[in-house]
Write a protein that binds this ligand. Structure first.
Ligand SMILES: [Cu+2]
Length: 171
């Protein structure tokens, strides 16, 4: 059977597109470091977050030399801490964020970085971030969570080591 030359070119082009699309999807699934919120962070009772040893008093906890845990409650329509007072962490530190929600699904995105997770009621999302030089980051909710979703934002302050003091640690 004779296949016309142009038909071969179109076939090759179509195949190339299919391979390209599959490659993009595969990269997004495995290569870009994107993962579902899993069981690693554990589970909490969204109705009694106030009784939780950490989420009851959310904020920065020191867990090692230059290592910190930050507990954040995302609720309609603020981050606690983050919105009324910034989350403070020292420069050149490794920080693990533990984020959950007592009401509906929210997002927790550190603007300008690839740190981005969902905050799901009952489930604790954990992400570890290495901070460098002192700077400020915006915080954003990127899951539609209700009428004031667009106003749900906050701030992270990466404080110079010299200005960092123990009073910025919650416990
Ligand atoms: Cu929102």
């Amino acid at each position: 059977m004779e296949i016309h030359r142009y038909e071969k070119i179109w076939l090759a082009g179509a195949l190339l597109l299919i391979v390209g699309f599959i490659a993009t999807v595969s990269y997004g699934a495995v290569g870009a470091g994107i993962a579902m919120v899993d069981d690693e962070g554990g589970q909490v009772d969204p109705a009694s977050l106030d009784d939780h040893p950490r989420f009851g008093e959310p904020g920065t906890y020191q867990s090692g030399e230059n290592e910190y845990d930050v507990y954040v409650v995302a609720r309609q329509f603020l981050f606690e801490p983050g919105t009324s007072e910034p989350i403070r962490v020292p420069a050149h530190s490794t920080v693990t964020f533990h984020v959950t929600s007592p009401d509906v699904i929210h997002g927790f995105e550190i603007v300008g970085t690839n740190a981005n997770t969902m905050a799901i009621p009952g489930q604790v999302a954990t992400i570890t971030v290495e901070f460098g030089e002192p700077t400020e980051y915006g915080l954003l909710c990127n899951e539609y969570c209700g009428s004031a979703h667009h106003a749900m934002e906050g701030k992270i302050e990466v404080v110079p080591q010299s200005e960092w003091n123990e009073s910025m640690v919650v416990n």
